[in-house]
Design a protein around this ligand. Sequence first.
Ligand SMILES: *[C@@H]1O[C@H](CO)[C@@H](O)[C@H](O)[C@H]1NC(C)=O
Ligand SMILES: *[C@@H]1O[C@H](CO)[C@@H](O)[C@H](O)[C@H]1NC(C)=O
Ligand SMILES: *[C@@H]1O[C@H](CO)[C@@H](O)[C@H](O)[C@H]1NC(C)=O
Ligand SMILES: *[C@@H]1O[C@H](CO)[C@@H](O)[C@H](O)[C@H]1NC(C)=O
Ligand SMILES: *[C@@H]1O[C@H](CO)[C@@H](O)[C@H](O)[C@H]1NC(C)=O
Ligand SMILES: *[C@@H]1O[C@H](CO)[C@@H](O)[C@H](O)[C@H]1NC(C)=O
Ligand SMILES: *[C@@H]1O[C@H](CO)[C@@H](O)[C@H](O)[C@H]1NC(C)=O
Ligand SMILES: *[C@@H]1O[C@H](CO)[C@@H](O)[C@H](O)[C@H]1NC(C)=O
Ligand SMILES: *[C@@H]1O[C@H](CO)[C@@H](O)[C@H](O)[C@H]1NC(C)=O
Length: 820
Amino acid sequence: MISLKVSTLCVLTLLCFSRVSSASSDTFFLNCGSSQNATVNNRTFVSDNNLGREIFDSTQTISLTATDSNSLPPGTESTLFQTARVFPEESTYRFKIDQHGWFLIRLYFLPFPSSSRDLTSARFSVSSQNFTLFRHHKPSTTSVVKEYSLNISTGTLSLQFRPEVGSFAFINALEVFRLPENLLPEEAGVISTQSSKKTHKLSTHAMETVSRINMGNLSVSRDQDKLWRQWDADSTYMGVAHFGLPVTNLKAVNFSAGNTTEDIAPVYVYGTATRLNSEDNPNTNANLTWTFKVDPGFDYFLRFHFCNIIVDPFGSVRRVSFDIYVNSQRVVSVDMSEVANGTFGAPFFVDAVMLKAMMGLGGDLTLSVGGVMDVSSYPLSFLNGLEILKLSNDKRSLDASDAVLPDGSLGNKSPRIGLIAGVSAALCVALVFCVICFAWCARKRRNRQMQSGDEEIKEIETGESLIFSSSKIGYRYPLALIKEATNDFNESLVIGVGGFGKVYKGVLSDKTEIAVKRAAPKSRQGLAEFKTEIEMLSQFRHRHLVSLIGYCDENSEMIIVYEYMEKGTLKDHLYDSENQRLSWRQRLEICVGAARGLHYLHTGSARAVIHRDVKSANILLDENFMAKVADFGLSKTGPDLDQTHVSTAVKGSFGYLDPEYLTRQQLTEKSDVYSFGVVMLEVLCGRPVIDPSLPREKVNLIEWGMKLVKKGKMEEILDPFLDGKVKVEEVKKYCELTEKCLAQNGVERPTMGDLLWNLEFMLQVQAKDEKAAMVDDGPEASVVGSTVQFSVNGMGDIEGVSMSKVFARMVVGEETRERD
Ligand SMILES: *[C@@H]1O[C@H](CO)[C@@H](O)[C@H](O)[C@H]1NC(C)=O
Ligand SMILES: *[C@@H]1O[C@H](CO)[C@@H](O)[C@H](O)[C@H]1NC(C)=O
Ligand SMILES: *[C@@H]1O[C@H](CO)[C@@H](O)[C@H](O)[C@H]1NC(C)=O
Ligand SMILES: *[C@@H]1O[C@H](CO)[C@@H](O)[C@H](O)[C@H]1NC(C)=O
Ligand SMILES: *[C@@H]1O[C@H](CO)[C@@H](O)[C@H](O)[C@H]1NC(C)=O
Ligand SMILES: *[C@@H]1O[C@H](CO)[C@@H](O)[C@H](O)[C@H]1NC(C)=O
Ligand SMILES: *[C@@H]1O[C@H](CO)[C@@H](O)[C@H](O)[C@H]1NC(C)=O
Ligand SMILES: *[C@@H]1O[C@H](CO)[C@@H](O)[C@H](O)[C@H]1NC(C)=O
Ligand SMILES: *[C@@H]1O[C@H](CO)[C@@H](O)[C@H](O)[C@H]1NC(C)=O
């Protein structure tokens, strides 16, 4: 099976490889002992047989080849293990280096069976740049790839193979290449209990990769990594009873937001994570813990990779902060809101050095990641990746036999058990050591999630500008917190009742007022609408769209938490309530605000969003009567801006439905324009769309109103409250606009943008008129301006429920939503 080929090479004292690989300078990939080049993962491993300028400070070397190598699929890593170069004597590879810096050395070993020489009997040491990489090596029977990083500041990189007396050394393949700049730092902070920021210099050490782990229980292969690093899955390092939950979200990773590159770790590392599984229990109080065996008596360089890729079931991004511990010592507090300004999917990493004094004698390196308990949230912690690199010691060695234990004893002298007593005493002292605090980790306890959420919302609202961001989010609330805020859903806090269920007013412990929409157990509005609403509100934030604060889906509850809108619905300020009637100017302002919100929905993202349920009960008013559009349960993302959409089930509210949509199931933004036209009519007339108590010809507002508008008898439909308080020509203009919105064919209706423009213009004219009136007539005329303060009164009681601040869904009968 195995053929043996012996080649004797000339004795040369010193020669250098220069440019073994044509790929780029300072890059050497050798297929050792082979006469053929091998291409593996897009790299050519060049035969080291016929390189005229190769060097071995050696009398002879032997090439071994397995004959069955031809049966192996070419291009796979196993090709590299089918040949070996054998060194009966001390031999050195020397690589000419063009540019100084960190280099990676990767050594491939597999003692394949051979009739001429038993490779498993090889015993040897390998060193580089006077660093001992390993000693007394007895090859394992499986393939092994060892990896080292060295800072080279000389013109050559030497790699020396030294067989033990009577034995020999071998290698199957090797890689030497310069690492990208900034991959490894010159120094890193030391993990310690003291607050002084000690750093440890790395550039004077050789480092050996001990573990490179991808969290999320998925390994990353060499061809998925720019530097051909292998990342192992983490589950084997977690205990049996762990709280880990693997997550994958590759498309969330946004390298341009973080401070790392794909050189530092590939998207496959940042796009997967192991997170604490607290889904079903907000009281989960646990650390995620991984345990690694490492050689005691050495210092270790640790790199933690993070990237918040975790979204809740409904697409909102979680806010996270937690601590990382190594052997129970806190390394760092991570607060995702402080990383890259809280950008979702921003990858970053944290470096630290663990001194040998912190490690137990067994060589356990225990890594724990845990959140600070906070009843107001589901605890969440996670990790995406981890690298553990061993640092060479004072003896310039990385070999375990050269270890110097913290008490000064030598690693290879007495058996470890004998040392335990003495060393653990030393450890107790040593553990009272120094802390690292990285500059960015200052914040230990997270602020109340709500507070930071509010800040973000305010930030957004200061600019009229449109924010389309999935990172500024709704938040998943534990049921207990919502119960607390609503006094266990106390009936006295109900501010509205609708098809969905009840709406409660609530107060969070930080005094934030909220509106809590809770689906009735047999809600007519299903899970689909619940989900749509959360998804829409998480994505779209605008000053004229009602803000999502959070939601709760615990115990099959469906609860949505919104900002509280002090003044309730527009509807409640138009009719059927004791609220003070709105002035003309206020009505225009509300129309303009709502139109802005809808215009944003239609145009704010690549694909238009159609609200589908525009009505006066879904336009809410804040304490300053600023309008915000609410209730996105029926919203739909249009297929493309120009295409029309044929939808199967007609949904919406009776009286507001676009006739074209009703008859042809064609859903476009113009359907919202139609419904908005109905709202405009309500605003003008101050009466419900359908009022069965009126004489027959007046029951339907649209029929009746449009008939009179066409006859030019606007004054007959005008809200009596507005009589004499608005100019006839303004009403006329307003009616013309309304009529256009209510056109039978969508194409004849204006766009939301046109509509908005026209409404804004009317508002300006109105404001100007009011100003002029003030000047002409003195202060008493300011009543016309109706910038008068409205007192909060009015408790129109319907069904025993205060409707004054309703968030709500309408009076029964107005609605004919069809359900899927
Ligand atoms: C191997 O690759 C080197 C460099 O690219 C080239 O010079 C050499 O001819 C190749 N050898 C074989 C056997 O293909
Ligand atoms: C291999 O190289 C080709 C061409 O340079 C490139 O398109 C491909 O993505 C590379 N594949 C890998 C796995 O790096
Ligand atoms: C290794 O040690 C030898 C002898 O002490 C010295 O001459 C040589 O410069 C050292 N090489 C490196 C890379 O430090
Ligand atoms: C490598 O070591 C030299 C000498 O100790 C130092 O000047 C240089 O900054 C180091 N290079 C890197 C990339 O750390
Ligand atoms: C990790 O993956 C393996 C196999 O893919 C599976 O057997 C194991 O249960 C997983 N572990 C966890 C914690 O998900
Ligand atoms: C990635 O992050 C940058 C910088 O924060 C941001 O401008 C960009 O929108 C983000 N890209 C995506 C797809 O979120
Ligand atoms: C997590 O681990 C740290 C360090 O060992 C410990 O202080 C903390 O109490 C642990 N938290 C939990 C919830 O077990
Ligand atoms: C990346 O960001 C993290 C967190 O902000 C910080 O601790 C770390 O030092 C940064 N790393 C680099 C290389 O800038
Ligand atoms: C974070 O925001 C600040 C101020 O808004 C800005 O100066 C800084 O560049 C931002 N950083 C990142 C990484 O986006």
